[in-house]
Design a protein around this ligand. Structure first.
Ligand SMILES: Nc1ncnc2c1ncn2[C@@H]1O[C@H](COP(=O)(O)OP(=O)(O)OP(=O)(O)O)[C@@H](O)[C@H]1O
Ligand SMILES: [Mg+2]
Length: 268
């Protein structure tokens, strides 16, 4: 089979439902080699929602986010952010990559990592004033990491680093937060701290999208889901789309029936 791939030529046409979306992806196809790992995916992020991106390891979840942000190039596909081309609205997006993807081989203090989130406010001269430091400290406070402000980031545990990256995202004062597995490898207290911050963002009308593996907490944490396994399987509210049938399609029958039975799923 030959797959016809259109060149990536920019914006999606605006239309009802598309222009308002914090992020709309159309026909996204990404390949690192011969075979696409994300194929012809459409995604429409609902404003003010908290969406879980769900799928097995290697399903293309991280790749979809990176391609939507233009961090990896796509074979085909278009992205709009708040109805405009990505480049115009990029500063409205805060992105927290999957853990361990950042290697801190040079010494950087925690406070400096958070200050990086303020680049928009700092302007070209990058002159850091007391007010910026105070803001960065307030963000560290929100994630319970204020006591670590002067520590080297490389000297923190994985869960602590995760909190600091969330603080940097908060400092950015974005409108759309994209988080790749924010709860991976963190303990219950950190998970609670992170979810509380995300819920407070939602309460402020911000939009949150997170790659999430723990199916047991999907219904509690999120209001929408996006199921993917190279192709999009389903997207919608938890009630509509987080069904046993869709999970079965997403995981290719690799979830045990017992596991599915324990989930807070809609009967269907
Ligand atoms: N830089 C890369 N070069 C080559 N192949 C890659 C690269 N990054 C990812 N892949 C491959 O693309 C596929 C999708 O990877 P991706 O990281 O998007 O999956 P994922 O759904 O985020 O998985 P996980 O749940 O393990 O994080 C995988 O088969 C992976 O091996
Ligand atoms: Mg991933």
């Amino acid at each position: 089979m030959t797959v016809e791939l259109a060149a990536n030529d920019g914006m999606i046409p605006t239309g009802p439902g598309l222009d308002a979306s914090p992020m709309a992806v159309r026909g996204m196809t990404v390949s690192y080699g011969q075979t696409p790992v994300v194929f012809s995916v459409d995604m429409t992020v609902a404003e003010g929602s908290m969406t879980a991106i769900i799928g097995p390891n290697g399903a293309g979840k991280s790749t979809l986010l990176k391609a939507a942000l233009g961090v990896v190039s796509s074979l085909a596909g278009q992205v709009s952010v708040f109805g405009k081309p990505l480049d115009k609205e990029r500063s409205r997006i805060a992105y927290v990559p999957q853990r361990a993807s950042v290697d801190w081989d040079f010494p950087t203090r925690v406070i400096d990592v958070v200050l990086m989130g303020l680049y928009r406010e700092l302007g070209l001269l990058r002159r850091i004033r007391g007010q910026h430091r105070a803001k960065a400290m307030a963000c560290l406070e929100r994630v319970g990491m204020a006591d670590f402000a002067d520590r080297q980031i490389g000297q923190l545990s994985g869960g602590q680093q995760q909190r600091v990256f969330l603080a940097r995202a908060l400092a950015q004062e974005a409108d759309l937060y994209l988080l790749d597995e924010p709860f991976a490898g963190v303990d219950a207290a950190t998970e609670k701290a992170i979810i509380d911050v995300l819920k407070s963002l939602k309460a402020q009308g911000k939009t949150v999208v997170a790659v999430h593996h723990d199916l047991a907490t999907v219904a509690e944490y999120f209001d929408r889901v996006f199921l993917i396994n190279t192709r999009k399987i389903a997207e919608g509210t938890v009630e509509e789309a987080f069904t046993a049938e869709n999970l079965d399609k997403t995981y290719g029958g690799r979830l045990a029936t017992g596991q599915i039975d324990q989930l807070d799923l809609v009967a269907g």
